[in-house]
Design a protein around this ligand. Structure first.
Ligand code: BGC
Length: 387
């Protein structure tokens, strides 16, 4: 398998085509994401394997489509596969991509420690590997990592819960509320490296408030292992919330005020449990606990607009896809992609050079500005809750 190069297409044009193919005004308009193979050679006719974890969450479908469109716009063939959140399926799909001789792999892992064999085979075949959004652990053969600042995402999730409780204001200043508030904590999938980053970021904000009594966790479940939801499953989160309501809140004298949730799918499961088993009302104004989220999934954006979910974190997947395309182009032009972080992501074997993007907290007050004006969702989609 060889990487053919040609110099016919200016890299800037290639990039512009890739960005245009991603659609949406906001896509890749950030000047920080420009660069990569600028001035270098483009590669013709290469095939890139793109392995995404699942189609059950709309963000991964959007990621897959945006990466595919960007790469195709830049002149590559793309083998895009989704693995149904099943580890053997993802391993087989990547094995097959390697056998078929792809020129580069872009992988969002289901289990960050399960792909060592595939990465060894890729390295032997000279195929560069870019970890997409989720770090791949225990392997020296991860060449680059494109993601968001995952610790900061956790900080934002915890901050948004405190804003919902009135302990902080949206501008970060201290709010009027003093508590004590009863909260429960949820974490992501323990095999996803991001889950601990989100948790650590959130706890860095919440711990001082737990220590001074502003926040209490009536269930006592304050360890990551207790809070983690395997494979980010909505039903599992709903069940855990129902169990917590039954064990720590029945009897009627303990009221729940807030729930830290690291992903919109979990948030919707939690809200279902709160309104069902918990008997809480439909909106926060009427007494529904404040629930956080992540990904700005359209169903949750509608819930935020309706005053049911309090907040989410917007990670512009168009920008992440653009960054993956730029990094792939660099590798295929024989260069190293430009990293903006070479310290944070130790995968157990090495520190993986990374490109981190920024995220934003979405409240009801800034849905228009962050999501509609940027072209991520239309007003109609926000109103209907459907993509
Ligand atoms: C991603 C999140 C997503 C979660 C569940 C994480 O690795 O970073 O954006 O909410 O997986 O799919």
């Amino acid at each position: 398998m060889s990487t053919k190069k040609f110099a016919a297409v200016a890299a800037g044009l290639t990039l512009a085509m890739g960005l245009a193919a991603c659609g949406g005004e906001g896509a890749g308009s950030d000047p920080d994401t420009d660069g990569g193979s600028e001035g270098g050679e483009a590669v013709e006719g290469g095939t890139i394997g793109v392995s995404m974890p699942t189609q059950t969450s709309e963000r991964w479908i959007a990621d897959g489509n945006a990466v595919q469109a960007g790469l195709e716009g830049a002149g590559y063939d793309v083998d895009l596969q989704f693995a149904n959140d099943d580890i053997p399926t993802q391993s087989q799909q990547i094995d097959q991509m390697i056998t078929q001789g792809v020129d580069l792999l872009i992988v969002a892992a289901i289990d960050g420690t399960a792909l060592t064999g595939q990465l060894d085979a890729a390295a032997t075949a000279g195929i560069p590997v870019i970890a997409y959004d989720r770090l791949i652990n225990d392997s020296e053969n991860v060449d680059f990592y494109v993601t968001f600042d995952n610790f900061e995402v956790g900080v934002q999730q915890a901050t948004s819960m405190l804003v919902g409780l009135g302990v902080l204001n949206e501008d970060g200043s201290e709010g009027d509320a003093e508590g004590p508030f009863n909260v429960e904590l949820f974490a992501g999938s323990p095999d996803d490296n991001n889950a601990t980053f989100f948790w650590d970021g959130a706890m860095s904000v919440l711990e001082p408030y737990m220590e001074d009594g502003t926040l209490e966790v009536p269930s006592g479940q304050t360890d990551f292992e207790q809070a983690a939801i395997l494979r980010w499953q909505q039903e599992t989160a709903q069940r855990r919330m129902e169990d917590l309501l039954t064990s720590a809140y029945s009897g009627g004298d303990t009221e729940l005020h807030g729930v830290l949730s690291p992903y919109d799918g979990l948030s919707r499961g939690i809200i279902t449990a709160l309104q069902g088993t918990g008997g809480y009302p439909a909106t926060i104004e009427e007494g529904l606990p404040v629930v956080t989220g992540q990904d700005a999934e359209i169903a949750s954006v509608k819930l935020i607009a309706d005053g049911t979910q309090f907040a989410t974190i917007f990670k512009d997947t168009r920008k992440l896809a653009d960054q993956a395309v730029i990094s792939a182009e660099s590798f295929l032009a024989g260069d190293e992609p430009e990293a903006n972080d070479t310290e944070s992501y130790d995968n157990g074997v090495k520190i993986v050079p990374s490109y981190l993007l920024e995220s934003d907290i979405v409240y009801e007050s800034n849905i228009q500005e962050l999501l509609v004006d940027s072209g991520y969702w239309t007003e109609e989609q926000v109103e209907s809750g459907q993509a």
